[in-house]
Design a protein around this ligand. Structure first.
Ligand code: SF4
Length: 222
């Protein structure tokens, strides 16, 4: 199966209740050959309307962070853990809510083959829910972001702060963690490039050990 064939199937999925109110399935976009894949939690209002991941205010901040990290949306592939918008409609006006465990589990039928087909060197989990889904259930974003972890779908996975969280925390002169987002993207990309270079047949060995003293003694995870 190709990524396009998987996408075609996902676009008509009705495997969970989120299909009832969605406008679009937000499958993912970007460079499918990129060594780096970003995985967020799920689409919101703007994403539901456009069918594209990370296009609201949080998405604009992510775009800025990618540029500040020397990249762009076209350099990487971006998708979400859950492909349809989760919202509470009880007040008549939809309010975004986190996907339930059941919805997250249901949507693994698309995420897991998607990641297998993309076969990135590094997955950057954007926000705690993505890290809990792809790295470990008890992931603590405030303590464990920016560290390398083993991952079933890539050579390593790193988690970073979600742009929505950063936007909520940008007050009183604080950047809300924006500089951490940029540095985590840079770190993920650097690892992805090193791993991609290392995997080219005939390429010279790459020294993955960081310079002594920079605290990144995690090379064994590669
Ligand atoms: S959220 Fe995922 S499993 Fe649920 S309907 Fe949408 S694509 Fe299907």
């Amino acid at each position: 199966m190709t990524l396009d064939e998987l996408r075609e199937q996902a676009l008509v999925c009705t495997a969970c209740g989120l299909s009832e109110r969605r406008t679009n399935v937000v499958f993912g976009e970007g460079n499918p050959r990129s060594p780096l894949v970003l995985v967020g939690e799920g689409p919101g209002d703007n994403e539901d309307k456009t069918g594209r991941p990370f296009v609201g205010k949080a998405g604009q901040l992510l775009d800025k962070a990618l540029v500040d990290a020397g990249l762009s949306r076209e350099t990487v592939y971006i998708c979400n853990t859950v492909k349809c918008r989760a919202a509470d409609w009880s007040s008549g006006k939809p309010q975004n809510r986190p996907p339930t465990e059941e919805e997250t589990l249901a949507c693994r039928r698309w995420l897991l083959p998607q990641l297998t087909l993309l076969a990135p060197k590094v997955i950057l989990c954007v926000g705690a829910p993505s890290a809990k889904n792809l790295i470990k259930k008890n992931f603590v974003i405030t303590k464990e972001r920016g560290l390398y972890f083993p991952c079933e779908f890539s050579r390593t996975a790193i988690a970073t702060l979600h742009p929505s969280y950063i936007l909520r925390n940008q007050y009183g002169g604080s950047d809300g963690g924006y500089s951490l987002l940029v540095s985590d993207i840079q770190k993920a990309w650097a690892a992805a490039e090193r791993l991609a270079a290392k995997d080219v047949p005939g390429a010279p060995a790459v020294d993955l050990n960081p310079p002594a003293g920079d605290g990144e003694d995690q090379a064994s995870l590669f």
